[in-house]
Design a protein around this ligand. Structure first.
Ligand code: FMN
Length: 186
């Protein structure tokens, strides 16, 4: 009998599109091996985590951690700066995101992984949203398949060259780690 394809969900938040691009890359890389859904986080989206083997969650780093309403309201100011080259993701300055969505997630037995985007400096200076995401997932009973990962932007909030390739490689490693464990669905 043919084995059922594993199922993954990639949930993300993004202000200027960088984290969305990373999330799309991860989803595409995983889709070689699994059935994958890509979902933008809002607190009222019902992601449907039943029968999911792998949950990947990613967000930009704001004020050393996960975006919150006050930091999101700062987004349009960055876009308006002359020559910013930035565009706001629709509703990103006013919608809830990963922080609020994580608060609605129940307890699940599955594999998880966390990523963020952040400025290209030491994590001690920048903070890392992926740490908060990983901690939250673990509190929900989700086991981290690989350590949290950061993808870097420059000081003008544009992804650095090579980060999309690094995201693809991270997703391939993640997929292999989850497949080697077999299905964890209960
Ligand atoms: C209000 C605000 C606060 C930020 N705070 C931090 C921070 O504390 N550390 C950091 O590394 N980057 C910080 N950044 C940069 C973001 O991490 C960067 O804009 C993000 O990774 C880009 O991803 P996105 O295009 O998906 O929003 C901040 C950006 C904004 C808009």
């Amino acid at each position: 009998m043919e084995e059922a394809l594993m199922r993954a969900v990639v949930v993300y938040e993004s202000m200027f599109g960088n984290t969305r691009l990373v999330a799309e890359t991860i989803a595409e890389a995983l889709s070689g091996e699994m059935e994958v859904r890509l979902v933008r986080a809002t607190s009222n989206v019902d992601v449907g985590l039943k029968d999911v083997d792998l949950l990947v969650v990613g967000s930009p780093t704001h004020a050393w951690g996960l975006p919150r309403p006050a930091t999101r309201r700062g987004g349009p100011g960055y876009v308006r700066k002359p020559g910013s080259g930035l565009a706001l993701e629709p509703g990103a300055d006013s919608s809830p995101g990963v922080r609020e969505w994580l608060a609605t997630v129940g307890d699940f037995h599955m594999c998880g992984a966390a990523f963020d985007t952040r400025i290209n400096k030491s994590a001690a200076l920048t903070g890392r949203a992926s740490r908060s995401i990983a901690r939250s997932l673990q509190r929900h009973g989700i086991a981290m398949a690989v350590p949290p990962e950061s993808f870097r932007v420059d000081r003008k909030n544009h992804l650095l060259a090579g980060e999309i390739d690094r995201a693809r490689a991270w997703a391939v490693r993640l997929g292999a780690a989850v497949l080697s464990q077999g299905t964890t669905r209960r």
